[in-house]
Design a protein around this ligand. Structure first.
Ligand code: SF4
Length: 284
């Protein structure tokens, strides 16, 4: 990526191959908004790492010019956390779909949230498994008739916003791929947040669960009166499923995992404890 040195960082800077998603897939809007957010923040591609799971949205790193890591199903967050700890100066963004995030990888979200590690987790939520041709997912509405549920899903959908607020995430927001300006702003805010930032993005699957006609009637901006610094207010708003609110539900500042860890490393060094690389060097 050294050939980019000195060039202006426009959204085109981050575009690599043309995505192979179905024409009209919501993920195109998310990709564009990410590129605009990177450009606004003047992030050089060499300083960005996209970590993705399995699914249509898991292909995202292949379509962007930056470092990418396409990991095994559901393991976006462990790998993202490892990258951030090894290279704290990098901007680390985990991306994936609702199946990868909330089913196969669901067990990793509480731990990333409670640790408050500086990783942005952007979930492209279409409430369906698209890559495997349309099975119901953890965020599918009850009654959804899909390939695996021909008589309708009998499961209640998971509420990603209420879940991550309850787990202690310090930034929780929702965007929509059909609102590119607002989505870009949300991605900028998530990327500049100190600590774990969770951004759920409604990103319709035009092929297996086309919600483009219904979502415009359901969405509304987070009310201007909402107090995003209050965890109770954020949880209450997330529980209100009468509307699909877009915006920041919760944002607070707390020490990050890397800050606490590095403080401990400094304490150990002051106490004369050798570092692992020093121990290893003693065997050479
Ligand atoms: Fe997008 Fe659905 Fe096509 Fe996958 S199957 S690329 S989610 S429209």
């Amino acid at each position: 990526m050294s050939e980019l040195g000195g060039t202006e960082l426009t959204p085109k800077t981050y575009q690599d191959q043309h995505p192979v998603w179905c024409p009209g897939c919501g993920d195109f809007g998310v990709l564009d908004a990410m590129a605009k957010a990177f450009s606004q923040l003047k992030l050089h591609p060499k300083d960005i790492v996209l970590v993705s799971g399995i699914g249509c949205s898991g292909r995202t790193p292949g379509f962007m010019k930056c470092y990418g890591f396409h990991v095994v199903h559901g393991r976006v967050l462990p790998v993202s956390m490892g990258v951030k700890l090894a290279q704290p100066a990098l901007t680390v963004v985990g991306v994936g779909g609702d199946g990868d995030a909330f089913a196969i990888g669901g067990g990793h979200i509480p731990h990333a949230a409670r640790r408050n590690i500086s990783v942005t987790y952007l979930v492209m939520d279409n409430s369906i498994y698209g890559l495997t041709k349309g099975q119901f997912s953890p965020t599918s509405p009850m009654g959804l008739e899909a390939g695996s549920t021909p008589y309708g899903s009998v499961e209640a959908p998971l509420n990603p916003l209420a879940m991550t607020i309850a787990y202690g995430a310090t930034f929780v927001a929702r965007g929509y791929s059909g609102k590119p300006k607002e989505l870009t702003d949300l991605i900028v805010r998530a990327l500049t947040h100190k600590g774990f930032a969770f951004l759920n993005v409604i990103s319709p699957c035009i092929t297996y669960y086309n919600t483009y006609k219904t979502i415009p009637q359901q969405i509304a901006p987070v009310p201007a009166t909402h107090d995003a610094s209050s965890q109770i207010a954020a949880f209450t708003l997330a529980q209100d499923t009468s509307r699909m609110y877009l915006g920041v539900f919760y944002e607070t500042t707390q020490p990050t995992y890397e800050e606490r860890l590095h403080a401990n490393v400094a304490k150990a060094a002051a106490a004369g404890v050798p570092r692992l690389d020093e121990i290893m060097a003693s065997f050479v």
